[in-house]
Each structure stands twice: as structure tokens, then as C-alpha cells.
Design a protein around this ligand. Sequence first.
Ligand code: 13P
Ligand code: SF4
Length: 364
Amino acid sequence: MTAALAIQDYTLLEDADCEARIKEAKHKLGERLVILGHHYQRDEVFRHADLTGDSLKLSREAARSKAQYIIFCGVHFMAEVADILSRPEQISILPDLAAGCSMADMADLAKVEQCWRELSQVIDVENQVTPVTYINSAADLKAFCGRHGGIVCTSSNAAKILEWSFSRREKVLFFPDQHLGRNTGYGMGIPLEEMVVWQAGKPLGGLSEEQIHRARIILWEGFCSVHQIFRPEHIDRFLQRYPETRVISHPECSFEVCQKSHYLGSTETILKTIRAAEPGTRWLVGTELNLVNRLRQEMKPKGVDVHFMSPMVCMCSTMFRTDPQHLAWVLENLTEGRVVNRIQVPPNETVEAKSALDRMLGLD
Ligand code: 13P
Ligand code: SF4
């Protein structure tokens, strides 16, 4: 077999060249291939996706796919989920290995295990605490949840997952996104003072024993920097000018932004809500720019006015790493029978992570 085609031969290609090459390679690979695309992907990549969605929808698609190759135009944890949920002979590919998620990187196994050990000095963790990991996390953290009777959640099912967790144990350790945990918990009626933030690196996470005893949810200190650019004053200013505006935000936004929003939802929910909106309505949207720009274009002819919440332009830089050049590169290698950028979760992690993912998928 000839050597793999090198990414260096693709980086200088024009987008239009890549477009033609991607189409041709897709045609050659036919049903052996499925391309999954997250809503934050740039247009030049998104348009090649066979299936698009939020994290939950795309995990389900990965689990039911029959294709031999699953190319994930998203970020690293998503390609890991595809590998975990697909059959062993299927191959999950991430076009650019540097496409991580900075929030997922804010929790790692060593720190979460340390937290678990420290908590166990104060409470009976195995009987009192359900570990819940947001799907935006590494596979070894999903495996940790699998081992300890825990579960995975996404932004579209977090409330249901917390209800399940509380029906089994009285407390939840929620990582890595404090905002999704807090916004969801509050929406379920848990007061803010019963949700505490664990600061990894400080003794007992910077908490007193009493705070731990009283807490219903122990939140990891992680956050998504993209969603922290949206501020409550952006909403106030917009509503002053256009008071009839409906505000919809992703639950990774801060508590203050979520409190001022009329609706909260995953990327798929945001799209569905605005697509169902009446002509003449105006929407302010707190989530990533590529999604909002595409939605604005789509809804304009229908008389629905869509605005990005922040005055600053801010995209998810890691989602943006997947470009047509990388997509053409992985696809053309596949047409020559070579797999580049395979994402493979170790077998022992796969079993435990899958049990936490299956618990989630079983509830939907
Ligand atoms: P969704 O599951 O809502 O698509 O969110 C994924 C994500 O990374 C949001 O920042
Ligand atoms: Fe991660 Fe935030 Fe990017 Fe979503 S938007 S992939 S949470 S860094």
C-alpha cells in the first residue's frame, strides 16, 4: 500500500478545490461512510454532513449507524462517544485531532478521583452521591461514572438525568460544567445555596464539611468560555430597544443570562424553537456564532429576525479547527483504504463508559 496522503499537501488547497474533492470521495465511499456534523461547524464543512444535530442526537445517530466509517465533524469527546457506541468493526474519525473542547479539558480523571476520595472522608460517597458527567468530557470520566453507578447527560436531557440521579442517591457530583449543573438544578427547584462549587486543588475543594453535608449538587468549577461572553447586560440593552424580543440561550451560559432568557435549550432545541416561530418575531440567541448566522439566513425569508446576543464576534475555536482541507484529507485517504485520525477508546474504558452512556440513552 502506498504511504498515507499528508495533510501538508492539503493545507494550501482552496476551499473550492476541497469542496469538489470531498464530494467525489463521498460518492466513492457511498454507504460505507457517514459524516456527522455538529451545529457549530462552519458552513464549508457543515454542508457535507449526512446527519446534523446536538450532542444527544448525534450520539444516537452514531449508535444506530451501519456505516463502516463515522467521520465526526465536531470535537474530540464526540468522536470518542461515536467509538464507544458503535460496533467494534466501525471506525470513528476526527478530521483534526486538535479539535478538543476546552471545557471538557477542565476536568480530568486524577482530579475527579481526588475529589471523590476527599468527599468520602466526609460522606458515604458510594451510597450518597451519583456522579454525573456532561457528555463534554473525556471517555475516562464517563468510565468513572460507569464504575460508580453514575451517568452521562447532555444539555437536552440534564433535568431528566438529575431526576434519575436523585431518585437513587441524595446528592450529585456534576462535572465539568458548573453552569449546566446550576441552571438545571435551579430549574428543578434546588436553591442556589444547596449547590456548591468544588475547587480542585484546594483542601476539600474549598468547602467546609457542613457545606458538603448540606449540598444537593456539588458542581465542578468548569465552564465554556464561548458561552461566558454572553452577559445579562447584552439582554437588557437589546430588550430596551426591542422589548418584544424573545431570548433563548444555551444552558452553558451563566446563571444571570439564563435567568433573563425566556427559553433555554440545547443547540437542536434552539433551532427547533426558532424554526417554529411566527413570522414577525424577533429572537436574541445566546449560543455559538456559526449556528446563529446560519439560522439568521434560514429564517430571514420567513420573516423571523434572529440576532446574536453578544456585540463581540466569538466562535468556538476548537469546533472551527475542522476545515474542508482536513475533511478532504481524511476522506481521500479512506478512498485509498487508509484510515487517518482514528479515535479509539481503550477497551476497558469503553465498557465502563458505555454503561454510563447506555444508562442515559435508556432514559430517553
Ligand atoms: P449541544 O449538545 O447543545 O449541541 O451542545 C454541545 C456543546 O458543546 C455546546 O457548547
Ligand atoms: Fe466545548 Fe464550549 Fe466549544 Fe461547546 S462551545 S465544544 S462547550 S468549548
